[in-house]
Design a protein around this ligand. Structure first.
Ligand SMILES: [Zn+2]
Length: 262
């Protein structure tokens, strides 16, 4: 890890401090989130809690990820980044970018061609191999979520791994050779055994867990009966909007898809 200098900190306006997927904020007043100042960040470096860090001067932020063992800090708390998505803070998107890039850096340490240790590129958001010249850009993994409709009902599924009673939309990662529509059709067919038509884009969201772009789509049922892919899906049903099960909260793309249902 390169050495931090006070010059670097002086040139940044915002400081995103992570531990796992949580971000450090001052003990929040209701409805507000305040980030730590550089003096707090400096202390983490002095106490050797920084695992990795980088900054983007053109975007005005500095970010650091800390060891899990970092002790609690008076006047601050850790919150899930998901809590920020529900509000429209000016820095939410930057914060999401910072976490996704920190996640990427964990796996972009050595060259896939020659095994050399990678370094930050000076000009682009990339890692370069000083031995063979290979350049590695951050990975973004597109995934679709599809809200399928049949008459006045929507299809929601409960996933196996979730360990919760929350229902969500069928979702799948884009595969090579597919466009977004083909991915949506395959996902619904694989997970629920259904055909869909009239696939329409609704909205998208960056999702840094670790590196997704979530693409929210709507579709209409075109045929077939529910046959569940049991390795992925625990339950799937058509729900009326006035009788929904627990669904993801505001700030999630599933919430947006359901809210915009018509
Ligand atoms: Zn190399």
């Amino acid at each position: 890890m390169p050495m931090i200098t006070s010059n670097i900190l002086n040139n940044c306006d915002r400081f995103f401090v992570f531990k796992g997927n949580e971000i450090l904020v001052r003990n929040p007043n209701p409805g507000t989130v305040e980030l730590p100042q550089k003096e707090v960040v400096q202390k983490f470096f002095e106490q050797n809690y920084a695992k990795d860090w980088f900054f983007e001067e053109s975007k005005g932020y500095f970010t650091v990820i800390l060891e899990e063992s970092v002790p609690a800090l008076q006047g601050f708390c850790w919150i899930s980044l998901r809590q920020l998505f529900a509000s429209s803070y000016a820095f939410t998107n930057l914060c999401s970018r910072a976490l996704a890039l920190l996640n990427w850096r964990k796996t972009a340490r050595f060259c896939g061609c020659c095994g050399g240790a990678l370094q930050d590129d000076k000009f682009e958001t990339a890692r370069i191999c000083p031995f063979c010249g290979s350049v590695f850009f951050p990975r973004i993994s597109p995934a679709v979520l599809i809200l399928a409709k049949k008459d006045d009902k929507v299809l929601l599924v409960r996933q196996n791994q979730g360990n919760t009673n929350t229902y969500t939309c069928p979702a799948g990662f884009l595969e090579h050779g597919e466009n977004i529509e083909a991915c949506a059709k395959r996902t619904i067919k694989e997970e629920c055994g259904l055909e869909v038509k009239n696939i329409k884009y609704c909205s998208s969201q960056h999702w840094p867990y670790p590196d997704q772009l979530l693409i929210g789509l709507t579709a209409e049922w075109a045929g077939g009966e529910l046959v569940l892919q049991r390795s992925e899906i625990d339950d799937a049903k058509w729900f009326s909007l006035d009788n929904l099960p627990p669904v993801p909260k505001a700030g999630s793309i599933v919430y947006e898809l359901i809210k915009n249902f018509s």
